[in-house]
Design a binder for this molecule. Sequence first.
Ligand code: NAD
Ligand code: UD1
Length: 340
Amino acid sequence: MILVTGGTGYIGSHTVVALLDKGYEVVIIDNLSNSEESVLNGIKKITGKTPAFVKGDVKNQQTLDKLFQDYPKINAIIHFAAFKAVGESVEQPLKYYDNNVNGLIQLLKTMESHSVNKIVFSSSCTVYGQPGILPVDETAPVVKPESPYGNTKKINEEILFDAVKSGKGLKAISLRYFNPIGAHPSALIGELPIGVPNNLLPYITQTAIGIRKELKVFGNNYNTPDGTCIRDYININDLANAHVVALEYLFNQNVEYDVFNLGTGKGSSVLEVISAFEKSCNISLNYSFAPPRNGDVEKVWANPAKAKKILNWKAKISLEDTVLSAWEWENHYRKQLKNN
Ligand code: NAD
Ligand code: UD1
């Protein structure tokens, strides 16, 4: 049985679907600080199965102890639970270090006392900052990230590395996500940003549906072909599947600690994403150029060769299909809200 922390969140819910589809039993722990319990209905409709659910905080030792006692079949963990708003982390760094770093430490302590030794951790390409060489591979230097949020990812990777090296049998993988976007093709689960979205895709779909007036494109004078920033946008379902293969790698191979980039290998500029969205969804998007956003790197995209070689995983779904899935989810979700 797999324990998925943060399993009602965006990436967690898609990964739970991928796990259930593959026949794994799943128990989720989530404190619902950034998700809704109704996500479980979407998971059930898609898979025909209901994962076990515990509403609780991964920082709470008693909650975790009880969870491991109640579900003694847990033999591996995928750890998504964290706060992820970059701007908020600059204003409230302690909140981020407390939740993201203490959450992992508490989980590792509990794993040790219940003899569970496998963990897959959600890291981020933010640990590379602005890489000197593109596409960036896992041998690139890890820098101190711009934000406290990003720094919690770097610190947690280091904690995992040290915990593995301490020789108590822990096996861990850090997955460095590039930019996950899109939704499940059923449109029954997707990204639920609370308040005004910071990320590009939710901002685009909310503009297209009329909740936001226009998209501001942050900067058009970067040293890129069209002047806008370049990122590696990866489909959420491709990303979810990577967690299942990473887990299987931990189960089946003699690995102690490893890191993998999860990206497509292709960079897309903000204007290219807008154009893919307009074409796939047959919509004209209202946007204008605005000054660059503080802390943005100019361009970053992955070299995903290591994940292909070692995990036999690669991203398959196109940007066009992915932005369309985000649009279908936005429409489905708004309809649902109206009906409730
Ligand atoms: P999300 O906010 O949708 O999901 C995180 C879930 O964790 C939420 O459901 C939230 O309620 C829960 N949670 C937070 N703190 C908790 C705690 N202490 N105890 C229990 N539950 C808690 O975020 P997401 O986009 O699904 O991201 C999942 C993970 O991937 C996070 O660790 C995030 O930092 C990392 N990540 C995300 C992205 C991205 O672009 N979405 C990129 C790189 C890394
Ligand atoms: C953000 C986080 C990063 C995290 C990553 C993956 C910031 C500063 N960084 O990266 O730590 O690892 O998500 O989740 O938030 N854009 C616009 N207009 C908008 C929104 C975005 O032009 O309204 C542009 C941005 O300038 C950027 C691109 O779109 O060039 C992607 O932005 P975003 O979705 O926020 O992701 P990142 O900045 O790559």
